[in-house]
Design a protein around this ligand. Structure first.
Ligand code: SRM
Ligand code: SF4
Length: 570
């Protein structure tokens, strides 16, 4: 088990928290500050809530010796990203009445609110709860929102993967009633049964934990970027089991080479009925072997590299009644969403719409929020958030298709975008994210416009190329899994990564360091031209830059070996 080293501060906070209660409830009643006690701000994460401050206002408020403009981000837990229209309406109401008026669809198929002031937190959560929505374990050192491929046009497969995602999510929920007590005022039963966390234990996991379930050939949930993934293996039209992948993760720290993005390793295969148990055993292995001293090395990817993959698999197998079987062949073709209308079963239809960086708001010329409100009011189908921050209105019955189509047209929801923009994802970054070093959500659309011009010149406007940007190296938009990745270094400057596989099976490599707007365009435009002229049939941009040696040459020449996982160092 863990060697004896000094535990990280968060371990003490968890230990002393009385199963995630701390003094949050008391802090919520204190009116003279918009903030909570420091330790409590670590515990609220387990309840899906982050204390933040508006970074656009920080300097000015500092000059005026005012408290920072504190507010809270709240993240829902939405397994597989599926909401009913009534839940969508409830979520939207909370955004308008309790937060900054927008909904932010995330890269883990859920919704974030920004700008909730302290006094609005409890009402916001209570209102979500009446719509059977919650924020439990959306953040913190526990299993986070479980994501699943969004393929409603393949109903049997989609049903199976979302059921597994939901079963895993339920099985790995913390058992503590702290969330219900703090946010909904649930009374504690005096002398009642003593609370326990049978899977996590009283100190939960060493770090966050993320699980995905995928339906090949669609890798929209980026299985190689997750702590643990289940990949459905079909024979005929039946799912006979799941390949199990573990140890993916994106986060790293600039200048600290022993932190790195890592692509998941294949552990084996399990039948459907074993999958929830496999999830539990991988989680408990990480619980017992993960690093509780240094949070920068606490994710499962480092545990696996430290133990060695074979030893890790042996440990998981020892905990399972029946060991994992050899993995089966799996093929992925894309990570992106297929936009527009698609036919479903029994006369139903699906409509997938592009949501720029997941921000649902009324834009000039595209009143997205009002349009979605009108569709939800029709009570047609289900709203499914994708891991690319888009939205699918799924299972629209034939009787309501024309009405939905009319609203899609009226509110201009069927936006045609270039292949690059369709595959663009940006993390939130400024002004709310306390860790961002550079812009992301507010900047990527402008950069894409410039890159579209370069692509158009060489006839590649519709070519699907994945591009992802983050305001810091934590990797919330999974940039190291994109054919073009941009990672913030400092305001206006990014590290440019290229060469990941279009279908999300290979990490990218660092191509240029510290490039700004003009330099990014100058670096990519000639590559687009070469790609247009020299690509092979069906070859993706990421594969092209690797085959033609663009990445490898630069790599050797400039010795960019920092932040490389051991597999890429060799
Ligand atoms: Fe993330 C921290 C936003 C998906 C890796 N992430 C944060 C915080 C909470 C900042 C903080 O700790 O103070 C960001 C809040 C910003 C804001 O103002 O809203 C934040 N992460 C997001 C979201 C909203 C990005 C988005 O634009 O969609 C995504 C919410 C997902 C969800 O609904 O649960 C989001 N974050 C991810 C992903 C992608 C994924 O999970 O598929 C990753 C990379 C995968 C991974 O975990 O390795 C990711 N976020 C991180 C990390 C780095 C973790 C690490 O191992 O080093 C941090 C920082 C940390 O944990 O210390 C972080
Ligand atoms: Fe914030 Fe960095 Fe995540 Fe972007 S990648 S949301 S800047 S933590």
């Amino acid at each position: 088990m863990n060697e004896i080293r000094k535990l990280s501060a968060n371990e003490h906070i968890k230990t002393n928290s009385n199963l995630l209660r701390g003094t949050i409830a008391e802090g919520l009643t204190i009116g003279h500050t918009g903030a909570l006690a420091d330790d409590d701000t670590q515990l609220t994460k387990f309840h899906g809530i982050y204390q933040q401050d508006d970074r656009d206002l920080r300097a000015e408020r500092g000059k005026q010796r005012m408290e920072k403009a504190f507010s809270f981000m709240a993240r829902m837990r939405v397994p597989s990203g599926i909401l009913t229209p009534a839940q969508w309406l409830a979520a939207e109401k909370v955004a308008k009445e309790r937060a900054n008026g927008t909904l932010r669809l995330t890269t883990r198929q859920t919704i974030q609110y920004h700008g909730i002031i302290k006094s609005n937190l409890r009402p916001a959560i209570a209102e979500l709860s009446t719509a059977l929505l919650d924020t439990i374990a959306a953040c913190g050192d526990v299993n986070r929102n479980v994501v699943a491929s969004v393929d409603p046009w393949l109903p049997a497969g989609h049903k199976a993967v979302t059921r597994l995602a939901s079963d895993i999510a339920t099985h790995l929920l913390p058992r503590s009633r702290a969330w219900h007590e703090i946010w909904l005022g649930e009374e504690r039963v005096a002398g009642g049964e003593e609370e326990d966390e049978p899977i996590y234990g009283r100190t939960y996991l060493p770090r966050k934990f993320k699980i995905a379930v995928a339906l090949p050939p669609h890798n929209d949930v980026d299985v190689f970027a997750q702590d643990l993934s289940f990949v459905a293996i079909e024979k005929g039209r039946e799912i006979i089991g799941y390949n199990v992948i573990a140890g993916g993760g994106m986060g790293m720290t600039h200048g600290e080479p022993d932190t790195y993005p890592r692509s998941g390793s294949i552990l084996g295969f399990c039948p459907p009925e074993q999958a929830v148990d496999v999830a539990e055993k991988v989680v408990t292995t990480q619980r017992d072997f993960g690093d509780r001293s240094d949070r920068k090395h606490a994710r499962l990817k480092y545990t696996i590299d430290r133990m060695g993959l074979d030893a890790f698999i042996a440990e998981v197998n020892a905990r399972l009644g029946t060991p994992l079987q050899p993995a089966q062949e799996m093929v992925f073709t894309s990570t992106g969403d297929r936009l527009g209308w698609a036919k479903g079963e029994k006369g139903t239809s699906h409509f997938s719409l592009y949501v720029e960086n997941g921000r649902v708001t009324d834009l000039p010329g595209r009143p997205l929020m009002r349009g979605l409100h009108a569709i939800a009011k029709l009570d047609a189908g289900r709203f499914i958030i994708t891991a690319n921050q888009n939205l699918v209105i799924a299972d629209i019955p034939a009787s309501k298709r024309d009405a939905v189509a009319a609203l899609v047209e009226e509110y201009k929801l069927d936006q045609t975008v270039s292949g690059l923009r369709q595959n663009a994802v940006a993390c939130v970054a400024l002004p709310t994210c306390g860790l961002s070093l550079a812009e992301s959500e507010r900047y990527l659309p402008h950069l894409v416009t410039r890159l579209e011009a370069a692509l158009e010149t060489v006839g590649l406007r519709d070519k699907e190329i994945t591009i992802r940007m983050t305001g810091c190296p934590n990797g919330c938009a999974r940039p190291y899994m994109a054919e073009i990745g941009l990672v913030g270094r400092t305001p206006g400057l990014y590290n440019l990564y290229i060469g990941a596989a279009h279908e999300g099976t290979r990490l990218s490599k660092l191509y240029k360091r510290d490039v700004g707007d003009d330099a990014i365009v100058a670096a990519l435009a000639p590559l687009f031209a070469a790609y247009a002229a020299e690509r092979r049939d069906g070859e993706h941009f990421g594969d092209f830059v690797v085959r033609t040696g663009v990445v490898a040459r630069t790599h050797e020449g400039l010795d960019f070996h920092e932040n490389l996982s051991p597999e890429l160092r060799s």
